[in-house]
Design a protein around this ligand. Structure first.
Ligand SMILES: *[C@@H]1O[C@H](CO)[C@@H](O)[C@H](O)[C@H]1NC(C)=O
Ligand SMILES: *[C@@H]1O[C@H](CO)[C@@H](O)[C@H](O)[C@H]1NC(C)=O
Ligand SMILES: *[C@@H]1O[C@H](CO)[C@@H](O)[C@H](O)[C@H]1NC(C)=O
Length: 274
C-alpha cells in the first residue's frame, strides 16, 4: 500500500488554512482492518524505561493499558504518528505462550531492527501460559506475530495535555492522550470557540503538536484522522477553557472509533482467544 499526502496551503483573508488530502492507493493484494505481521519481541524489565521516550507520554504512560507498553521500530513509530497505536502481540512457542497474547500501546521508539517491539515486562509476561512466565523471561526474545487493533479507553474521550514547553500567550504545545480506534492523527487545527479562523498545528514530536500562533480565549480543535480508505475530520467544539493552564489535562468531549484500512499480504480478522 502507498499513502500519498498532498498538502495545499491557501490564503483565506489573513489566515492560512491548511487542507490535507489523503489519497490512499491500495495497490497490494488485500485491504483489511488487520494485517498479520511476523517478527520478534524482547522486553524491558521496568515499564518506566519505556515511558519517558520518543512519544512524550512521560510517566503518564505507565497508567495506559495496565502498563502494557511497547517501544516500536521506526516503521511502526512512523515519525510519531504511530504513538498511541494499539497492537495485539502473541508469541509463537505454543509450549510457553498462550494463543491470545497481549494488547500493548506504542509509547516509544526503538531503532534496533532486531525486534519490531520491545515490550514492558508486564506485557511480555502476559503472553506466557500459566506458570511459564519465568521461562519466557529467560528466553529474553520471542518469535511473535502481531496485528494492529483498535484502542479502547473504556469511556475516556480523546484528551489533550498542555505541555510544559508552552509559553503564553502565543506558543502552545498539546499532547494527545487516549486516542481511540485504529487511526493516525494527520492534521490538527485550532481556533477560538465560535470562530472560524483556524490556525494549523504541526507535529513537534511523538504525540505532541504545537503552534506559535495560538488564538486567545477558549479553544476548539479539529483533527484529521485516517479512517477507512480516506481521511476524516473530528471536531471538538470546546476543549481548552479560556483560563487553560500549563500542565492542565482537558477532555475534548469526542472520541475516535474509526478503523483505517491497511493494505497487506495477509489479513487476520480473527479474535485471538486464550
Ligand atoms: C532496543 O531493542 C534492542 C533489541 O530488542 C534491545 O537490545 C535494546 O536494549 C533496545 N534499546 C533501547 C535504547 O531501548
Ligand atoms: C539492521 O540495522 C543494521 C544497522 O543499522 C544494518 O547494518 C542491518 O543491515 C539491518 N538489518 C536488516 C535485516 O535490515
Ligand atoms: C466524553 O464526552 C461526552 C460528550 O461530550 C461527555 O458527555 C462525557 O462526559 C465525556 N466523558 C468523560 C469520561 O469525560
Amino acid at each position: 500500500m502507498q499513502a500519498v499526502v498532498i498538502k495545499i496551503t491557501k490564503e483565506m483573508g489573513s489566515l492560512d488554512v491548511c487542507f490535507l488530502l489523503l489519497l490512499l492507493m491500495i495497490s497490494s493484494t488485500y485491504a483489511c482492518d488487520r494485517c498479520l505481521h511476523q517478527s520478534k519481541a524482547s522486553f524491558f524489565s521496568t515499564p518506566s524505561s519505556l515511558s519517558s521516550g520518543a512519544c512524550g507520554y512521560g510517566s503518564s504512560a505507565t497508567s495506559f493499558y495496565g502498563s502494557h507498553l511497547a517501544a516500536a521500530v521506526p516503521s511502526i513509530y512512523k515519525s510519531g504518528s504511530g504513538c498511541g497505536a494499539c497492537f495485539q502481540v502473541r508469541c509463537k512457542d505454543s509450549k510457553v505462550c498462550n494463543k491470545g497474547g497481549t494488547q500493548v500501546i506504542v509509547t516509544d521508539l526503538n531503532k534496533s531492527n532486531e525486534t519490531d517491539f520491545v515490550l514492558s515486562g508486564r506485557a511480555f509476561m502476559a503472553m506466557a501460559n500459566k506458570g511459564m512466565g519465568r521461562t519466557l523471561l529467560k528466553l529474553g526474545v520471542a518469535d511473535v506475530e502481531y496485528k494492529r487493533v483498535p484502542c479502547d479507553y473504556k469511556g475516556k474521550n480523546l484528551t489533550v495535555r498542555v505541555e510544559e514547553s508552552t509559553q503564553k500567550p502565543n506558543y502552545l504545545a498539546l499532547k494527545f492522550l487516549y486516542q481511540g480506534g485504529q487511526t493516525e492523527i494527520v492534521a490538527v487545527d485550532i481556533a477560538q470557540v465560535g470562530s472560524s479562523s483556524w490556525t494549523y498545528m504541526t507535529r513537534n514530536y511523538g504525540a505532541v503538536w504545537d503552534t506559535s500562533r495560538a488564538p486567545a480565549g477558549a479553544l476548539q480543535l479539529r483533527v484529521v484522522v485516517t479512517a477507512g480508505y480516506d481521511g476524516k475530520w473530528i471536531w471538538a467544539k470546546s476543549v481548552l477553557p479560556a483560563d487553560w493552564r500549563i500542565g492542565g489535562v482537558y477532555d475534548s468531549g469526542v472520541q475516535i472509533d474509526d478503523i483505517a484500512q491497511e493494505g497487506c499480504g495477509e489479513c487476520d480478522e480473527q479474535n485471538w482467544k486464550l
